[in-house]
Design a protein. Structure first.
Length: 86
């Protein structure tokens, strides 16, 4: 028989945390046009054409690096840019 973990279904999850964060930031009106929470991947709207075009370009990229998860410590070029900024 399956046993649920204590708090399963009621404890915060990464998805509920992202959802709460997106709603909170959106309510603060920090970003023109609002915030899109892509955490769970169930949008109820069609993405803008520029997002669709970027996704098609990324999916057709022949380089193996374009089709891999980033290493756990982050994507090196992005980490380097963030390190210089912060």
């Amino acid at each position: 028989a399956l046993k649920r973990l204590p708090g399963a279904g009621t404890a915060p999850t990464v998805w509920s945390e992202f959802g709460d964060l997106a709603r909170r930031i959106d309510a603060e009106k920090r970003f023109p046009g609002g915030v899109a929470n892509l955490g769970q991947g169930f949008p109820d709207w069609a993405p803008p054409e520029f997002v669709q075009a970027a996704a098609r370009r990324a999916a057709s990229d022949a380089s193996p690096a374009g089709h891999q998860y980033a290493r756990s410590a982050g994507h090196i070029p992005l980490v380097e840019v963030l390190a210089r900024r912060y």
